[in-house]
Ligand binder design. Structure first.
Ligand SMILES: Cc1cc2nc3c(=O)[nH]c(=O)nc-3n(C[C@H](O)[C@H](O)[C@H](O)COP(=O)(O)OP(=O)(O)OC[C@H]3O[C@@H](n4cnc5c(N)ncnc54)[C@H](O)[C@@H]3O)c2cc1C
Length: 552
């Protein structure tokens, strides 16, 4: 059954953050908009709703209040050292990176504040690097957590679109899965696809793909904001770069199943050029969710710097691959070990202070804007409720009072059979010996001590340095870590207006892309690595650029 053809000035495909921002901009410009998504309406906001809400700002009032001196020059040095752009097709990604840095140092914060978005006062320090000044990493803390986490970022943009809907200026069509873009005389003039059966699936839960009809929508401009490929392991494996070895056989999934990458091929068929598909941002600190929402749901530990990190044989990871320093470098190293997993050996005190779990639902205090709960869970003794739940229920956690029992349990754990237990014991004992005086040759311990010079780290992110075997810091904890798929750093090549470009570098009339589908702008503004908190910001910026341009 084909339903009556619909038409709009602007068609937006995907209601994640990028799509909501783009649709809102088009509405502000007085355009008639249709917003389609394959999921039920419960999923409005896409991945951003699930996110931790971490945002990258440069030289913000929050940073200054914490004594952090940041600048556009320093952030630019960090970004380009991290991105390592090295391809001819990086022309537009570089330009997007420059424009995004200006946005993050300039109007981004005020633009969000105007919309009622606020920020937790303690700025986090993600991707600390640990190489030279020109190498990857954030020289200073820049990870600003939104008050209300992901739902707090989504709220004003969802509200604007829903207001437009009440006023009859936008039509929102859930369960509409686009399977083709319509091209007329070389221009994209809309999209067609399948209407899926209605679904009562809760937010994030995989929904059926059973089609009950077709649809066709014509539009003056079409914006693809369909997200990345992280929920589709086949696509992730197919695009896996040789520089990261062979893809893991076992991976957890850090995004809902709807992050399926289906629009990548659809856009390519309509003439869009996809670039940098082999650049991806997957995490190495994934843990199996004991209470999963989507298939093979994993959670990322945003780790503080103290845990001892061992590969599947028990060897300590090399300098500077400490927790939270260099995600891609660690992934590359671990892929070279021939095993899919690795281990943290740590103490309960470190877990309590340093294990932040990424995801809105894992941070009920920040997500619920609950100051009482926040003080209780982050400043008082003991882990947060969600971390305690993982200690109690998580299949990847081993908790034991003494080292010998911990080693025994690690060896018994699936994947523990490859550990050289004598070596693990030596690593723990040696680290503890280095911890006992104020001098050390252990670079991780040195880093840890210097980091506590930053008030934010000392307050909520790093445990006071201690021996892992110190009974007062115990019990000992071992955590089996998995690779967790998340972000696509490459995507549809776009110019600074978000216009999709063809293989000849010329814009395809009528076609735009935004958010993760466009590698957050240009087809890969992060290059190979990210500084973190730059994905939501990339959706805001690229959604705004594409929405404004499509409405012209
Ligand atoms: C748990 C978690 C924590 C995160 N934390 C952070 C953080 O702290 N900071 C940060 O910067 N980033 C974070 N991110 C990443 C960030 O949330 C995402 O990269 C971003 O939200 C992607 O938004 P998007 O609009 O590009 O795409 P999405 O949110 O993926 O939305 C795309 C939409 O398009 C729809 N769609 C796809 N194909 C079709 C089709 N063929 N037809 C119709 N509809 C289609 C999908 O159903 C989906 O609703 C996190 C992500 C997760 C999952």
């Amino acid at each position: 059954m084909t339903n009556t053809p619909l038409s709009a000035d602007v068609l937006v495909i995907g209601w994640g953050l990028a799509g909501l921002v783009a649709a809102g901009e088009a509405l502000d410009a007085g355009r008639r908009v249709i917003l389609v998504d394959q999921e039920p309406r419960t999923n409005l906001g896409g991945q951003a709703w699930w996110s931790f809400g971490g945002l990258f700002f440069i030289d913000s009032p929050e940073q200054r209040r914490m004594g952090i001196r940041d600048s556009l020059a320093l952030a630019t040095q960090d970004w380009f050292g991290t991105a390592s752009f090295d391809r001819p097709e990086d022309h537009w990604p570089r330009r997007w990176a420059e424009a995004y840095l200006q946005f993050a140092a300039g109007e981004k914060r005020a633009w969000l504040r105007e919309r009622g978005v606020g920020f937790f006062p303690v700025v986090g320090w993600a991707e600390r690097g640990g190489y030279g000044a020109l190498g990857p990493g954030n020289s200073v803390p820049r990870f600003h957590i939104t008050w209300g986490t992901g739902p707090g970022v989504v709220a004003p943009f969802a509200a604007a679109v829903e207001q437009g809907e009440r006023e009859g200026r936008i039509t929102i069509l859930p369960r509409h899965r686009v399977t083709a873009l319509i091209t007329t005389d070389g221009a994209v003039t809309g999209a067609r696809g399948m209407v899926l059966e209605s679904s009562a699936a809760a937010r994030g839960v995989e929904s059926s793909r059973h089609a009950i009809g077709d649809f066709e929508i014509s539009a003056g401009a079409t914006i693809v904001s369909s997200g990345g490929i992280g929920g589709n392991h086949d696509l992730v494996r197919a695009a896996w770069p040789a520089s990261l070895g062979v893809p893991p056989e076992h991976m957890l999934t850090g995004v809902p199943a709807y992050v399926d990458g289906s629009m990548h091929a659809v856009s390519e068929s309509a003439g869009a050029r996809l670039i940098n598909g082999d650049r991806m941002w997957h995490y190495v600190e994934g843990i199996t969710n004991w209470d999963p929402v989507w298939p093979s749901h994993g959670i990322r530990i945003l780790p503080g710097p103290s845990s001892l990190w061992l590969d599947a044989t028990g060897k300590r990871l090399p300098v500077p691959l400490f927790p939270g320093f260099d995600t891609l470098g660690t992934l590359a190293h671990l892929r070279g070990t021939g095993y899919d997993h690795s281990w943290f050996v740590t103490s309960r005190q470190i877990v309590e202070k340093e294990f932040a779990l990424s995801g809105s639902e894992q941070n009920p205090d920040l997500t619920g804007k609950d100051v009482g709960l926040l003080v209780k869970s982050r400043l008082a003794k003991g882990p947060t409720g969600p971390v305690q739940a993982f200690l109690d229920e998580g299949e990847d956690f081993i908790v034991e009072n003494d080292l010998e029992s911990l080693l025994e349990q690690m060896q018994r754990h699936p994947g523990g059979e490859t550990l050289d237990i004598d070596h693990v014991r030596r690593e723990v004992v040696a680290r503890d010996l280095e911890m006992e005086n104020e001098f050390t040759k252990d670079a991780q311990i040195g880093m840890l001590r210097s980091m506590r010079g930053y008030r934010g780290d000392k307050l909520i992110r790093t445990a006071a340095p201690h021996r892992l075997q110190d009974p007062a810091a115990g019990p000992l904890v071992a955590v089996k870590l998995h690779v967790l798929t998340r972000k696509s750093l490459g995507g549809i090549n776009t110019d600074l207006d978000g216009r999709a470009l063809g293989p000849d570098g010329e814009p395809i009339p009528g076609l735009y892309a935004a958010g993760e589908a466009s590698g957050f702008g240009g087809g890969g503004m992060h290059g190979y690595r990210a500084l973190e908190g730059t994905f939501l910001g990339g959706c805001l910026f690229s959604g705004r650029q594409a929405g404004r341009a499509a409405a012209r």
